[in-house]
Design a protein around this ligand. Structure first.
Ligand SMILES: [Fe+2]
Length: 376
């Protein structure tokens, strides 16, 4: 096993350069708010003009191409800078002020999708092989072998999703609760190493991750992957309590040791410490962008509006980007390709068809990315 990384640096040092910016604390995000990126009226006008130019009522999202939405270099540059901050800087960005007023949910979803076409290759997210999902309470039970938090109104555990970055655009917010929480996995790692290096090592061991029953035929229902894996720059975190707890339940999976339980409990405790856990409340028109390698996210439980049209609604995109970070080999069981520039991540689901494969191939070509054999 390789040597444990040095103990956490001070806050002042932690944000000193791009490499260390991902090890932020709440104080860092409050002191330097450069991660919050407001759009202006000209950006909104460019987005609306591009949306109007490309929108064709009834056209399936997978048939749109990047060129259908000529948003202009200015606003796309701003959005790309936010994605790059999430990937290569702090791990978190918040774009504020997408056009929202007067748009239907379907138009706002299309706007989110169209922005994604400029930034990466969308990845499938669920059993239905959906490439974009509404995050909305439809009565799902989060704590079940096939449960997914985005369809429930429950408080969620800290976890990562399945793209180089995850984009979450807000159409409606709940009247009570539904706050977004995020914590730096890099900060959590450094804290673990400082406080309990023995447990930090435990979290570098591969553990079973459940596919939550969403896998296509012929694919195992669980796979082994470490919770923390070293990178050249620092560390990647794959923590997802729900998936790992369910992974350990498979008869043919390794048993969970007392040390592993203790290590996972400490990790969750660190992630919720007041100096580590940042709380934000997404407003309609906001887009939260997070790295799925360095930033963990969660949200609080919520009470929803009574009328359907006002209910909490966000749209989630998982993007494989042309300029992602190189991944450690230990992450290949979920991500597929570990090198940047190759389409990776996502969960293929059970409805992956020719239309979806054609979308991935076309979008990868548009962005100059490679599709490895066997990629969905
Ligand atoms: Fe998530």
């Amino acid at each position: 096993m390789s040597a444990i990384a040095p103990a956490p640096t001070s806050h002042a040092m932690s944000a000193a350069d791009g490499r260390d910016a991902s090890a932020w604390t709440v104080a860092d995000l409050e002191r330097d708010t450069g991660w919050i990126r407001p759009l202006d009226d000209a950006d909104r006008a460019d987005l609306m003009a591009g949306l109007r130019a490309g929108s064709v009522p009834g056209k399936p999202l997978l048939e749109y191409r990047r060129e259908d939405f000529p948003f202009g270099a200015r606003v796309i540059g701003r959005l790309r800078d936010a994605v790059d901050d999430a990937q290569h800087g702090r791990g978190v960005a918040l774009v504020k002020g997408l056009p929202r007023e007067g748009l239907t949910p379907a138009q706002f979803e299309l706007l989110t999708w169209a922005i994604g076409l400029h930034l990466g290759v969308a990845r499938p997210q669920d059993r239905m092989s959906n490439y974009i999902n509404p995050v909305k309470d439809v009565g799902a039970v989060y704590r079940s072998p096939t449960g997914r938090g985005y369809s429930s109104k429950s408080e969620l555990d800290f976890h990562v999703d399945g793209g180089d970055v995850v984009l979450l655009s807000c159409y409606n917010q709940a009247p009570v609760g539904g706050d977004s929480l995020c914590s730096s996995g890099v900060t959590a790692w450094r804290t673990l190493v400082a406080e309990r290096p023995d447990l930090a090592r435990v979290l570098e061991q591969p553990v079973p991750h459940s596919r939550q029953g969403e896998q296509p035929e012929g694919i195992d229902p669980w796979f082994l992957m470490p919770i923390f894996a070293r990178t050249a720059a620092d560390v990647c975190c794959t923590w997802n309590r729900n998936r790992i707890t369910n992974g350990f339940r498979f008869d043919d999976a390794p048993a969970c040791s007392e040390l592993q339980l203790e290590a996972m409990a400490l990790l969750d405790e660190i992630l919720r410490r007041p100096q580590v856990m940042f709380r934000m409340r997404l407003e309609p028109g906001d887009v939260q962008i997070l790295s799925d390698f360095t930033t963990l996210h969660s949200r609080t439980a919520f009470e929803d509006h009574a009328d359907e049209a006002s209910k909490r609604t966000l749209y989630r995109l998982w993007l494989s980007t042309p300029n992602g970070i190189p991944l450690p080999a230990g992450l290949a069981p979920f991500w597929g390709a570990t090198e940047p520039g190759v389409v990776r991540g996502g969960t293929p689901g059970q409805h992956h068809d020719d239309a979806r494969r054609a979308f991935v191939a076309r979008q990868a070509e548009t962005l100059g990315m490679r599709v490895a054999p066997g990629t969905n």
